[in-house]
Ligand binder design. Structure first.
Ligand code: FAD
Length: 420
């Protein structure tokens, strides 16, 4: 396919967009590539923002996805600190916040997601209420924490972002309280066993975890913030962190007329309902063939793998998306690695490694089929689980549960039905 005179514009220069630009060159795109982002920083890794980055004394350097020279070498035009404010599908024109407009032949929407702020009474009148999505947010949290008199933090939401931020600020000497609306933390994404482990981990490290409690009202006082919970307790805070999930940034997709449904809907080639417009990463709602389910995944793996697939399709190599999802989380001394999706599991096996503290794995099965593995401080379980899922290996559950049996493929496999 001759792409020499074509212009590909990518909106969003985070994990999905920046990787897409690089992949386009790798896969032979000869035309221009313009990568636009409202964020003025050189595109950077987001996971450290709630982990190592937050524990740095002040500021700290962001971890760039690619060095600045790489964009030059690959002849990728970076437009940073520029927001795409409008889009017209008939003229294939984008309006930019710097007053210019830009034509595209192929458009990639990698606009990601934004932190959701729930309508808690008084929230908009209270200072030092933060979300955490960008480096700007992380810097604001660092500054608020540094200036806090009592270092009291209330985290609203016991999901991964909330828990990671709680761990980081507690490590810095904070007095952190997590308020979680559900009966347990990680209610949407983890089984009871894992949620219980993380709740204990946080409690042992001095974090107060309150479940079945929502924030009803936030009041700003001269001394800080007061958060009224549905348990009628008042929680004092210098800083409130909201970590209750995200909403996909669909505004441009909507303006262009693309089909939407919990994100921008894409087909197996990651193409929206409009030819020449694709959507990838956190913003894209796609059908996963292996799980036979529509989903939107919020992970680095998904963004990077979708970037590769979309670049292939744009350069004329028809490719479909069916990557195995994986994700990680760091909290205190714990590294959690997850592979596969456990949705619809019928039973699970917990394997606790002998003589190793805080080292175990949870294996999710649908009958005999291994769906997913959550590995806690256990890289071996993560690697093995990934291999087993990819190869459709039938694992002997009884042997798996018995930690005296070595953790090796030949001791655990019943059969391998299909090698992908
Ligand atoms: C604090 C934190 C910790 C995380 N930890 C992990 C982890 O441990 N493991 C993991 O796998 N994932 C983690 N994630 C999730 C992961 O970072 C996201 O899945 C990933 O960033 C999604 O990439 P994306 O490119 O699709 O979207 P985003 O990263 O959301 O980027 C979208 C970009 O589009 C830009 N944009 C949107 N609209 C416009 C517009 N109109 N004009 C110009 N620019 C626009 C935004 O400025 C933004 O930079 C974490 C996320 C956060 C915030």
């Amino acid at each position: 396919m001759d792409t020499t005179n074509l212009n590909c514009v990518i909106i969003g220069a985070s994990h999905a967009g920046a990787n897409c630009a690089m992949e386009l060159r790798k896969q032979g795109w000869e035309g221009t590539i313009v990568l636009i982002d409202a964020d003025e920083n050189l595109p950077y890794h987001r996971p450290p923002l709630s982990k190592a980055y937050l524990t740095l004394a002040e500021g700290g350097a962001l971890n760039p996805l690619f060095a600045a020279e790489r964009y030059e070498e690959e002849n990728i035009t970076l437009a940073l600190g520029v927001t795409v404010t409008g889009a017209d599908v008939t003229t294939k024109t984008l309006e930019l916040s710097n007053g210019t407009s830009l034509k595209y032949d192929v458009l990639v929407l990698a606009t990601g997601a934004s932190a959701f702020v729930p309508p808690i009474l008084g929230i908009s009148n209270s200072g030092n209420v933060q979300v955490l999505r960008s480096s700007k947010d992380a810097l604001a949290i660092q500054a608020a924490f540094k200036n806090a008199k009592n270092k009291k933090v209330v985290v609203i939401g016991g999901g991964y972002i909330g828990l990671e931020t709680a761990a980081s600020l507690q490590k810095l000497g904070g007095q952190v309280t997590i308020l979680e609306r559900e009966e347990r933390i990680l209610a949407r994404v983890a089984p009871m066993e894992l949620a219980h482990f993380f709740q204990e981990l946080h409690t042992k490290n001095g974090v107060t975890v309150k479940t079945a409690v929502s924030a009803k009202k936030i009041t700003q006082t001269e001394d800080g913030l007061l958060v009224l919970g549905t348990d009628e307790n008042v929680y004092e805070a210098d800083l409130v962190l909201i970590g209750v999930g995200v909403r996909p940034n669909v505004a441009l997709g909507e303006q262009l007329g693309a089909a939407l449904e919990n994100g921008i809907k894409v087909n197996a080639h990651l193409q929206t309902s409009i030819p020449q417009i694709y959507a990838i990463g956190d913003v894209a709602q796609f059908h996963h063939p292996n799980y036979n389910r529509w989903m939107r995944l919020e992970s680095v793996q998904n963004s990077v793998d979708q970037a590769k697939v979309v670049a292939a399709n744009i350069t004329g190599i028809p490719t479909t998306y069916n990557a195995l999802p994986w994700f990680w989380s760091d909290q205190f001394h714990i590294k959690l690695q997850m592979v596969g999706l456990s949705h619809g599991y019928t039973d699970l096996v917990i394997r606790i490694e002998q003589e190793k503290e805080d080292c175990f794995s949870i294996w999710y099965f649908k009958d005999d089929s291994l769906l997913a593995v959550d590995a806690v401080n256990n890289g071996k379980a993560f690697v093995l689980g990934t291999k087993f899922i990819k190869n459709n290996t039938v694992v002997d559950k009884e042997k798996l549960a018995d930690a005296s049996i070595p953790f090796k493929p030949n001791t655990l496999i019943k059969s391998t039905t299909n090698v992908n």
